[in-house]
Ligand binder design. Structure first.
Ligand SMILES: [Zn+2]
Length: 238
């Protein structure tokens, strides 16, 4: 495990993660705050926002992107090309489009967009617009500390390759089942990625999401994988 500077991660519920960087900047991954039933009231008011990373266009990931970006004007709003074009059409500035396999500098982070096996339609009124590919991100800090936010995804064996290439220490993985991986698949993902710590996301928000951190812990034990589940309830930090 590296002893390089790492962010403070605060789980805002569902798939939304606030990263307070060592330099004080705030990065929000999948900004769904006000409409997010899991987000504690006192964390809905974001005091500062320097960058936003968006994994895909479903409402439970970009629900507050337009409003928050217009209010705080973060330096960079990162998403795929289709989502960025849509955000710009809604008046969002600072969009910095990318696509799968690409890397760009965001503040002093190296951000790589990787595939997620999921859909990515943009709900606009009663229409669903084409939103490109769903994604996840590997984020590397100065000094080398690297974490992975998988977005919404099924299990895919390229996670092993990505783990070898980017060597993340921590992964945020969905475990809720139905729309994403379940705990068993997530346990296999932990082994593929080679992470020491996993923070489960996309669970508990709705009754439909049945995966739990306890089931992930059990599955990791069954797989004999040495990876620690860091259970964060909404509002808790790591
Ligand atoms: Zn989704």
């Amino acid at each position: 495990m590296s002893h390089h500077p790492r962010p403070k991660f605060t789980y805002l519920g569902h798939a939304t993660v606030r990263c307070d960087l060592p330099g004080g900047e705030v990065v929000l991954i999948d900004p769904w705050v006000n409409g997010n039933p899991a987000c504690p009231e006192h964390l809905k008011e974001i005091d500062r926002l320097d960058a936003v990373l968006i994994t895909h266009a479903h409402f439970d990931h970009i629900g507050d992107a337009v409003e928050l970006c217009k209010r705080h004007k973060p330096k960079k709003v990162v998403a795929n090309f289709e989502i960025c074009t849509w955000l710009e059409s809604k008046g969002v500035e600072g969009c910095s489009a990318m696509n799968l396999g690409g890397c760009q500098e965001v503040l002093d982070l190296q951000v790589t967009m990787v595939r997620a096996d999921h859909s990515c339609g943009i709900s606009d009124g009663d229409q669903i617009l084409y939103g490109g590919s769903a994604s996840g991100y590997f984020v590397k800090l100065p000094g080398g500390y690297t974490f992975y936010h998988a977005g919404d995804t099924a299990l895919f064996s390229d996670m092993q390759l990505l783990g070898e290439m980017y060597r993340p220490e921590l992964a945020f993985l969905p475990i809720g089942d139905l729309f994403t991986m379940d705990p068993h698949q997530a346990a296999r993902a932990c082994r593929f990625l080679g992470v020491r710590h996993v923070i489960p996301i996309h669970w508990g928000t709705f009754p439909l999401l049945t995966g739990t951190p306890e089931k992930l812990r059990q599955a990791l034990g069954d797989h004999g994988t040495a990876c620690e589940v860091v259970r964060l309830n909404p509002g808790e930090s790591y």
